[in-house]
Design a protein around this ligand. Structure first.
Ligand SMILES: *[C@@H]1O[C@H](CO)[C@@H](O)[C@H](O)[C@H]1NC(C)=O
Length: 314
């Protein structure tokens, strides 16, 4: 059998031939007039649903005309034209290259092989593989073709003649078969074929359960307390060896070490003024400070202007 050229790797299931409701479906006249012939287009759904889509007036005449249309060359051309997105160069190339296959299928084989995707892309041009299989011989993906990567990842080359069948696991999962939990996740269900991993508490780097008491290791910036729970380091710390501002590894910005404790710097009491605009005051905060307009003044275009009195005095 002919092999597909290596450039053609685009494997999207070709929709089975079946028309969608034509634009003019509401107007019963549409199928009669030559200009208004129904615009068939391959969509999901089998060909024999075709006639049902034309709204109302399913007369014997229409049945006959439509069924002729159903197997007509015009319709084949329409289907071929609509197989690929116009922007999908590879797909259009592939269809053009194999147009005679498609014609053969349309006129002689579509009864015997109703699944065009299977007949054309998998069996005829050998570009695709059935879902859950990969590579030149369409071997089963890791974890089996039913649930590649056990439903927790993507199989390399799935549905194509490419790839090696290995798994790229979703972020929660790891391992060759996507059955193990990544760091930061713990197992809530596991057997030979199914695995569910759930996020640890925000305090944990690794864990065995959902709470901050189930951490194996605390995340950066968190520390184990006496109750073996990971708790956040004091706000004055960057990294800590225990709870409290006296257990900081280093002080956070806006804090300075004083008598072994990381202490807030009062920026408003430094020799150099922190707030320098006119009519504004400095307000110290934990780890920082704010400059706010003085009473009777308000912020406008970056300066503090006198508040305009409105109301009862005017
Ligand atoms: C594994 O767990 C899944 C999900 O609970 C279940 O459907 C399946 O039957 C289990 N398989 C085995 C072998 O126990």
């Amino acid at each position: 059998r002919p092999r597909a050229p290596p450039a053609v790797t685009s494997c999207r299931p070709l929709p089975p031939a079946g028309p969608r409701a034509p634009e003019g479906a509401a107007q019963p006249a549409a199928p009669h007039s030559p200009a208004g012939r129904p615009r068939g287009r391959p969509t999901e759904g089998a060909a024999d649903t075709a006639k049902k889509n034309f709204g109302g007036g399913n007369t014997a005449w229409e049945e006959k005309t439509l069924s002729k249309y159903e197997s007509s060359e015009i319709r084949l051309v329409e289907i071929i034209e609509n197989l690929c997105d116009s922007s999908n160069f590879e797909c259009n190339n592939m269809v053009e290259e194999h147009e005679e296959h498609l014609e053969k299928w349309w006129f002689r084989l579509k009864k015997k092989y109703p699944d065009l995707f299977k007949w054309f892309c998998i069996e005829m041009i050998e570009v695709c593989c059935p879902a859950g299989t990969y590579g030149p011989d369409c071997l089963a993906c890791r974890g089996g073709s039913e649930r590649p990567c056990h439903g927790n990842g993507r199989c390399d080359g799935d549905g194509t003649r490419d790839g090696d069948g290995s798994c790229s696991c979703d972020k929660e999962y790891t391992g060759d078969f996507c059955l193990d939990c990544s760091n930061g996740y713990y197992s809530t269900l596991k057997n030979e074929t199914h695995s569910v991993c759930t996020a640890c508490h925000a305090a944990c780097k690794t864990c065995t359960g959902s709470s901050n008491k189930d951490c194996q290791d605390c995340k950066e910036g968190w520390i184990k307390n006496e109750a073996a729970a990971c708790v956040v380091c004091d706000a004055s710390c960057v990294g800590c060896t225990g709870e409290g501002s006296d257990k900081c590894k280093t002080c956070a910005s806006g804090y300075i070490k004083e008598e072994e404790k990381c202490t807030d710097i009062d920026e408003c009491n430094l020799p150099e003024k922190a707030c320098i605009r006119e009519n504004e005051d400095c307000v110290n905060t934990k780890g920082s400070y704010k400059c706010v307009c003085s009473e009777g003044f308000e912020e406008k275009d970056g300066t503090c202007v006198q508040t305009v009195k409105t109301g009862k005095w005017l």
